[in-house]
Design a protein. Structure first.
Length: 116
């Protein structure tokens, strides 16, 4: 008579795999629910090239990692998500994206200097 019960190593592997998947999903969902991450993605999606989008995301992530995000920051990001569009960025309406002139991305400042 053979048993269909899984062996101990197979059961352990199953639980480890499930744990890794669950933790990974939690990290993905956590950042997907963060309004500031969503705002960053919206802003960076306005970049015309894949390399531009990647560079934008890396720069914003570096900026975010250098300071603590407050509840006020999160609320500002949530509000800006409703008004921040690529058209607003193209028109230099940084307030629509929750930014002030001193927080405008470096790449935009360079473009303005070149275009003057």
């Amino acid at each position: 008579m053979t048993s269909n019960a899984p062996t101990a190593p197979a059961t352990k592997l199953h639980w480890v795999t499930l744990l890794v998947f669950t933790c990974g999903l939690g990290v993905i969902m956590g950042s997907a629910c963060d309004p500031c991450v969503q705002l960053t993605n919206s802003i960076c999606d306005c970049e015309p090239t894949a390399n531009g989008k990647l560079a934008c995301r890396q720069e914003r992530e570096l900026q975010r990692s250098q300071r603590e995000e407050s509840l006020a920051d999160t609320e500002m990001c949530a509000t800006a998500l409703e008004t921040c569009t690529c058209a607003a960025i193209e028109n230099n309406d940084w307030a629509a994206c929750g930014m002030t002139r001193d927080t405008v991305p470096d790449t935009e400042e360079l473009e303005e200097e070149d275009g003057s």
